[in-house]
Structures are given as C-alpha cells and as structure tokens.
Design a protein around this ligand. Structure first.
Ligand SMILES: Nc1ncnc2c1ncn2[C@@H]1O[C@H](COP(=O)(O)OP(=O)(O)OP(=O)(O)O)[C@@H](O)[C@H]1O
Ligand SMILES: [Mg+2]
Length: 287
C-alpha cells in the first residue's frame, strides 16, 4: 500500500487509496479498480458494478457450469496528474477536448465527461481535472508497427473470424483510419491544435473495426517554427504526433504525395528529426 504522503501527492494511487479520496463515493454500487494499462499523465481506474465484480470473483452458474466472467467497465475514471494553477487553465483544457470532439466526432473518440474536483487530501484545496470516459474494448493500434493489412489481420485474428469476415473488418478499419487522418488534418488546418498520437495505447481498434482515440487530454498547439516543443513530461509530443499522423497517412493512402505538405516539410525534415530523436532518447533516459 502507498505511504500516506504518496496518497496526498496523488503521485501513486492504489485501489484502496482511491476509495479514500474526498471526491469519490466508494460506498455506492460501484467499485474502482486500477486499469492494467497505464500512462504517465493520468491515473486510470475501471468503474465496475459491484455485482459484476462479485460474479467475477465468486463465479456464476451458466448452463450448469460455473463461469468467472471478467467484469466489464461501465466507465473509465481518469484523474489527471497535472496541477493547474487556476480554474481558467482547467477550463481551457476542457475547451480543447471539446474542439477535438467537434472535429473527430463521437465515432472516433472515447467520449468523456470532463469535470473538476476540489481535492482536500493535502490539507488545502487543490483543483484537479477528472474525466468519466466511455470504456473502449479492443486492441491497441501501434502506428510504429502498422505497415499494412497483415498487421491489422493479426489484431483481429484473436476474434477467430472466418477469412471473409476478417477481410471485411480490415476494410472497415482502413476506412476508419482514413477518416481519422482526414479529420485530424482538418483540425490542424482550422485550429492549429493536434492531439497526442504518440503515446502507446492512445489509439484503440475495436472488435468491429472502429478506431477510437482514448487519450484525449494532451492536446498541443502546433507552432510553425524551428523550436521543438517539449511537453510537461519532457517529451517532444507535438513533433512525434505529426510523425505518427504521417505514418498513418502513408500506410492508409499508400503513397507519399502528401509529404510535400508544408506541415510535413517543416516537421519531418531530416535535420529536425535527428533533434527530435535526441530529445526522445533524453526523455526515456529520465523515466
Ligand atoms: N476510455 C478508455 N477505454 C479503454 N482503454 C483506455 C481508455 N482510456 C485509456 N485507456 C488505456 O489506458 C492506457 C493509458 O491511457 P492514456 O494514454 O490515456 O493515459 P495517460 O496517462 O493520459 O497517457 P500518456 O502517458 O500517453 O500521456 C492506454 O493503454 C489506453 O489504451
Ligand atoms: Mg497515452
């Protein structure tokens, strides 16, 4: 279990810690379980119906056989680790999420109800940004390994589909990835913002061939100059996100024509990419 100080800082949050937070009502019919995948910026918990957890642990008899079905989250509960100086900064962050939602649409994003809470665990009030988010079941789409349909085939294979169904799913996934690329492109063009596409696990492919961006809080402004932006975690997330976008675009549209775009010309120049790689190396060294 975490030290009391850790709970206060919210640096580490265990399952038992979360029940103690002043803004969580753990006495109701829901149970908060730490999600097995995690990221750097948020604490992520599954919100489970207590009844489902009971079925998972004690089992339930179906057709004479005792089964232990894994409890499926009703929602994902996210607490951002980032400290905001004031409410305006939080509102700005929430505003960016709404811009993203407007451009991507509900079909390409894990929708979230963003809200702020007053955390009193440190003895004084601290404002935190939280989100109750739609749970997205599926496989992580890793843009660094996505070089063609074989990769998609592997992802859908676990559902043991017939070959024709598998091809159908791959087609659907390709269509959705193409839609995603186009919408992100238009968001960049019209607002100058790009979401974080760099983190592993930020994009999830659903068993139906849908694509969802689940990491919705780290949206950065693209600066069209030679300075490489480093985010609050020391990562060149803007540059790497542009690179990920270009990789998705290349693999979906199967050509390099778009590489002449001013966005890519600036961000993906050889000189700049060498600098970005060095910054990434530094980031991983300090993890
Ligand atoms: N709504 C969701 N449904 C399913 N999985 C999710 C959801 N939200 C997050 N995840 C998974 O949890 C993990 C961490 O999520 P996420 O990347 O959003 O966290 P983070 O701490 O904000 O990110 P990062 O370290 O990339 O800044 C990822 O593997 C992601 O796929
Ligand atoms: Mg992430």
């Amino acid at each position: 279990m975490a030290e009391t100080n850790d709970i206060r800082d919210l640096a580490y949050l265990s399952e038992s810690d979360i029940q103690k937070l002043n803004f969580v009502n753990a006495s109701g019919s829901y149970f908060f379980r730490k999600y097995y995948r995690s990221g750097l910026r948020s604490h992520i918990f599954e919100v489970l119906a207590k009844n489902d957890v009971l079925k998972e642990t004690r089992g339930e008899v179906i057709d004479g056989v005792r089964m232990f079905p894994r409890a499926r989250p009703k929602k994902m509960f996210r607490i951002l680790r980032k400290r905001f100086e004031n409410k305006e900064k939080i509102f700005h962050e929430i505003e960016r999420y709404h811009i993203l939602l407007n451009f991507l649409g509900k079909d390409l994003i894990a929708e979230s109800e963003e809200f702020i809470v007053d955390y009193t665990g440190t003895g004084e009030s601290q404002i935190l940004l939280c989100g109750l988010q739609e749970y997205i079941q599926g496989e992580i789409l890793d843009p660094w390994r996505f070089f063609g349909d074989n990769y998609l085939k592997e992802l859908f294979k676990s559902g043991t589909h017939r070959e024709s169904k598998l091809l159908d799913l791959i087609q659907k996934a390709r269509k959705n990835i193409a839609k995603f690329v186009k919408r992100i492109r238009s968001m960049i063009k019209e607002t100058g913002y790009i979401p974080d596409l760099a983190g592993i696990g930020n994009l999830v492919l659903t068993p139906e061939g849908g694509l969802k961006l689940v990491d919705i809080n780290n949206i950065v402004e693209i600066k069209f100059n030679d300075t490489i932006f480093i985010d609050d975690k020391g990562y060149p997330s803007c540059d790497v996100s542009v690179e990920v976008l270009s990789m998705l675009e290349r693999n979906i549209f199967q050509n390099d024509l778009f590489m002449d775009d001013p966005l890519y010309r600036l961000f993906l120049s050889k000189k700049r990419k060498i600098k970005v790689k060095a910054l990434e190396k530094e980031f991983y060294k300090n993890l």
